[in-house]
Design a protein around this ligand. Structure first.
Ligand code: 5GP
Length: 122
């Protein structure tokens, strides 16, 4: 899948639409999800044009990979979630219902998050 430079997170990266920014460095931008699912719900995105976790993990440089993961940890720590705990999650593709085609990690926290995934009835 080719990267769509008109996706909403690309527009946020270019400053064309606003976001509630919590962190930015050379490799990553973090901002609050517009429709939070938990008391703290932050999205962390790489600055590079990567469609998904599949694209990012296959094609990003070592510096981008390391810088991005460091940023995720930093953002969670700064949000006060290291002690109580948090969940980080990335949706890739149709089965995971990825909505925005720019790689992003969700950080969920601020409440007991329960078990990881509820099995779907077959
Ligand atoms: P996905 O399903 O792709 O993993 O998650 C996309 C997330 O982006 C959703 O949680 C959605 O609420 C969030 N989102 C979509 N559009 C915007 C936006 O314009 N601004 C912000 N801050 N979050 C957005």
């Amino acid at each position: 899948m080719a990267y769509d430079s008109e996706n909403i997170f690309a527009k946020i990266l270019r400053g064309e639409i606003p976001c509630d920014k919590v962190f930015e460095d050379d490799h990553a931008l973090a901002f609050r999800d517009i429709n939070p699912q938990t008391p703290t719900h932050i999205l962390v995105i790489p600055k590079g044009a990567y469609v998904s976790s599949d694209d990012f993990t296959a094609n990003a440089s070592e510096a981008e990979l390391a810088g991005f993961l460091r940023a995720v940890g930093h953002v969670a720590r700064e949000a006060g979630l290291a002690a109580p705990g948090y969940r980080m999650l990335a949706n890739h593709g149709a089965d995971a219902h990825q909505e925005v085609p720019h790689f992003h990690v969700h950080i969920f926290g601020g409440q007991n998050l329960g078990r990881m995934i509820k099995p779907v009835d077959k």
